[in-house]
Design a binder for this molecule. Structure first.
Ligand SMILES: NC(=O)c1ccc[n+]([C@@H]2O[C@H](COP(=O)([O-])OP(=O)(O)OC[C@H]3O[C@@H](n4cnc5c(N)ncnc54)[C@H](O)[C@@H]3O)[C@@H](O)[C@H]2O)c1
Length: 322
């Protein structure tokens, strides 16, 4: 019998992945057990949550007082999703370091002495990123590829992975880091996000609207739908910890697709007229950062039970589910 899952904490709960995760936790529970208390952390919330199991704690995870309030009474699992995105972290080094690195360490250190309903160390799932690999990728990326972050965001996420492994070794938590690829399809225009075109392709073509993308048709990206990403986060929090590797870190499996392959699948789903809606105006920097990905092999992650979307048709189907 697995331990009953009572109290789950989600940081960055108002974000794109966070909102999808919260919906799933409330609907399905975790590890086959219902969630009885869900504490959400984010800088602010649009509205009070309707579910009485939810407690919203607005504020910064950089504040020790907020973290202590979140952990009060014991915790069964923490999903740490809050972060400052790469571009913003590069512009404001101090803020990036404070949230992406220091607050991650704070969340881990504050778990000392915090226990689950069964008296065990809480599960801790950390959203890392493929940005840990940097821009000089080898011809193939495998689970043995050494990361070489090209941005402070990736460097701090990589450091976070090591901190999760160290905190697990010390028995403060039972941690697991997952490196997320480009998660689709984020609603809205994604203003200011260089990778916005990845999600906009789905929404615009579904609506029959034209779009110019800053990459070539042959550009290759690593993709995962938000429901499949959430499946993997939930799995990482409930899989037998004895099965986790000593690094406590996994690359999420991905579908590797050209932009043209995705457009073709969207045309099959929404109508052949969609093909003509996409114009290609490659920008070298964006092409290099988001559309130049080599093959990725993740046998260790697949053996643990982590999954990609299976087919491009399923990626399209799942990406726009809410
Ligand atoms: N979406 C992707 O494609 C992708 C890819 C790789 C990695 N990731 C990682 O996955 C996680 C979730 O991604 P997302 O797309 O939902 O990100 P998001 O930007 O939509 O959400 C992050 C949330 O963190 C919150 N946050 C920021 N600073 C905070 C603070 N000081 N205190 C509390 N909350 C704070 C933000 O308000 C936001 O709601 C992030 O850690 C991100 O780095 C995402």
């Amino acid at each position: 019998m697995s331990a009953p899952m009572n109290h789950v904490v989600v940081t960055g709960a108002q974000g794109f992945v966070g909102q999808a995760l919260v919906r799933r936790l409330l609907a399905e529970g975790l590890g086959g057990q219902p969630v009885s208390r869900l504490t959400l952390l984010d800088v602010g919330f649009d509205a009070p949550h309707a579910d009485p199991r939810v407690r919203q704690l607005p504020g910064s995870i950089a504040e020790a007082r907020l973290r202590a309030a979140a952990y009060e009474g014991g915790v069964d699992a923490v999903f740490h999703l809050a972060s400052i995105p790469g571009g913003a972290a590069e512009k404001n080094y101090e803020l990036g370091r404070q949230i992406n690195l220091d607050a991650t360490l704070g969340l881990l250190e504050d778990l000392r002495g915090v226990r689950t309903a069964r008296g065990e160390a809480p599960r801790f799932v950390f959203a890392s990123t493929i940005a840990v690999y940097g821009e000089h990728l080898p011809p193939e990326v495998t689970e043995a590829t050494l990361p070489a972050p090209g941005l402070s965001y990736g460097a701090h996420k990589l450091a976070g992975e090591y901190l999760v492994a160290d905190a697990s070794r010390k028995g403060w938590c039972q941690g697991c880091s997952l490196r997320l690829p480009g998660v689709v399809a984020r609603p809205g225009e994604g203003t200011g996000m260089l990778s916005a075109f990845m999600s906009l392709l789905f929404w615009r073509l579904a609506a029959g609207e034209a779009l110019t993308v800053p990459v070539s048709a042959e550009g290759v990206a690593w993709w995962i739908s938000v429901p499949t990403c959430v499946d993997n986060l939930l799995h990482a929090a409930s899989v037998d910890p004895a099965r986790l590797n000593p690094r406590r870190s996994y690359q999420m499996p991905v579908l590797r697709l050209t932009i043209a392959e995705l457009v073709e699948a969207l045309a099959e789903r929404f109508g052949p007229d969609r093909r003509a809606l996409v114009q290609y105006a490659p920008e070298p920097f964006i092409q290099k950062m988001f559309a130049s990905y080599p093959p990725l092999h993740t046998p260790e992650a697949l053996a643990l039970g982590l999954r990609h979307d299976g087919t491009v048709a399923q990626l399209v189907e799942r990406a726009m589910q809410t």
